[in-house]
Ligand binder design. Sequence first.
Ligand code: PGA
Length: 246
Amino acid sequence: MTKPRTLLALNWKMNKTPTEAKNWARELAGSFTRGTAELAVMAPAIDLPGLKETLPGGVDVGGQDISPHESGAYTGEISAAMLRDVGATYVVVGHSERREYHGETDALVAAKARQAQSGGLTPIVCVGEGLDVRERGEQVPYTLAQLRGSLEGVGENVVVAYEPVWAIGTGRTATADDAEELAVAIRDALRELYGDVADGLRVLYGGSVKPDNIASICAQPNVNGALVGGASLKVADVVGMNDALK
Ligand code: PGA
């Protein structure tokens, strides 16, 4: 199995104004040399035009959420076409913070992922168990049930991010073996859905990834990159992670 290209996806969450985002991109342009990984910045939608203008060539951008609808009377929502129009390639859907604070269900996540694809974006579909599930040892069946629900009717142009909720923003990282255990299970489920194409799809790990642990996690045979929150905000950390993947 040839490994697909590693994706280093940065999830800024609700951080950085458009001005701060441009300054960050300028600083990155001054200190970044392309590695083997693809770099993509998932930023607040309002930051994307300035980022696109300022980031070094070849760095992709994406959104953190989209509407499950194409257009129309949905006050406050952002559509796939809007993100696409400002140069987005990706959009995160079903992040655990959306599931927890906004009550997003697997069915809604799947509707968003389908909408992303029909608008020309690649959805990064997030799944992962909470601490209670992990303590019961039920992380594999739980995460796979969430995955199947979140991919209902979704085509094969998809990235999956396994993010155990107990490892997000806590400094508690899953071990490389934990990440691989779920990545294997996820890839098997993707193979059931999409056939052999699944070997070329990217399965990311997320949860307290930083410069000193990214290489061992991404070296796992079924892990194809990382979705990074906290360590994505400082340019030095991003350069460190990018370099660690070279
Ligand atoms: P973290 O966040 O890297 O701060 O743990 C990851 C995420 O929520 O995508």
